[in-house]
Design a protein around this ligand. Structure first.
Ligand code: ADP
Ligand code: MG
Length: 271
């Protein structure tokens, strides 16, 4: 192994995704703590990937928040770009929701609100620093010590997909109408995706789902917004409807949602 890989001992493979493979490692230079290394073959990256990546890496390394998966650094190893992050032993939210679905039970609203507030705090932290996530989805949200953490934006920020079709498949369900109309991705596009995640935490199903790409896009752009199961409060459903407004300007910011009476009330109960 190389110089850097002597620092990290691979314990197990966590899985492979659209960009690369994630490994659980032990960091010999940091009290043998557990971390995750994601290896991404360089051919999936932009033309001259290393220069923008170094800048992105510095930006990501400066982000520190309990609701954000900590980014420790990146390096090149052979022909792979490697990203080192915090390890979240609880796995991802997508799996957690699937397990709940198999039990045939919905999460109670208090539990959903606790998670939702954690995500809002994380997204607000990013947006205050003018950092967009661009790929918020339940597979990119992780559980650690019962807390939800937003992760994987290293990948979406550092890499440009070489093959749009393959990367879009997993993500399109969370994409906002403006992403298809070319008016540009902005903080409100992250809010849309967060709305999709809120819906999924309640309904245990995707907010917008259709195997046919064309139909999915028309559902997102023109279709009705889904409503929460009746078990959830009208207040929470109202917040969801606002997050899923087709016009991004009409969607509230994370900061505004955190100031909604229904949310501040919950926040007080939780803190
Ligand atoms: P995907 O495209 O499915 O997100 P990834 O390469 O990001 O693929 O992740 C592969 C697997 O590793 C997934 O099962 C994911 O849950 C897991 N994983 C990724 N990052 C972490 C992390 N920081 N902590 C724990 N598990 C992780
Ligand atoms: Mg991922």
């Amino acid at each position: 192994g190389s110089h850097v890989m002597k620092r990290y001992v691979v314990q197990q493979k966590l899985g492979s995704g659209s960009f690369g493979t994630a490994y659980l490692v032990t960091d010999l230079k940091d009290r043998e703590s557990q971390k995750v290394i994601k290896r991404i073959p360089c051919n999936t990256m932009r033309g001259d990937a290393t220069l923008p990546s170094a800048r992105e890496a510095k930006l990501l390394g400066n982000l520190r928040h309990p609701s954000i998966v900590q980014f420790f650094g990146s390096f090149l190893e052979k022909k792979d770009f490697c990203i080192v992050t915090e390890y979240c032993e609880g796995g991802d939210l997508h799996c957690y929701i699937q397990e709940q679905k198999e039990r045939g039970e919905n999460f109670i609203e208090g539990h959903v609100m606790e998670w939702f507030i954690q995500l809002l705090l994380g997204v607000n932290y990013l947006h205050e620093r003018l950092v967009l996530h661009r790929d918020l989805k339940t597979k990119n949200i992780f559980l650690k010590d019962g807390i939800l953490k937003i992760g994987d934006f290293g990948v979406s920020r550092i890499l440009a997909p070489s093959d749009m079709a393959t990367t879009i498949t997993g993500t399109a369900c969370y994409m906002s109408p403006e992403v298809f109309s070319n008016t540009g991705y902005n903080t409100k596009s992250d809010i849309w995706s967060l709305g999709c995640i809120l819906y999924e935490m309640c309904s245990l199903a995707c907010a917008f789902d259709c195997p046919r790409w064309i139909k999915l896009v028309s559902l997102i752009v023109n279709g009705p917004s889904p409503t929460l199961p009746p078990k959830y409060s009208a207040e929470l459903n109202d917040i969801l409807q606002r997050m899923l407004m087709k016009n991004p300007e009409l969607r509230p910011s994370a900061k505004e949602i955190l100031q909604f009476p229904y949310v501040t009330h919950r926040g007080q109960v939780l803190s």
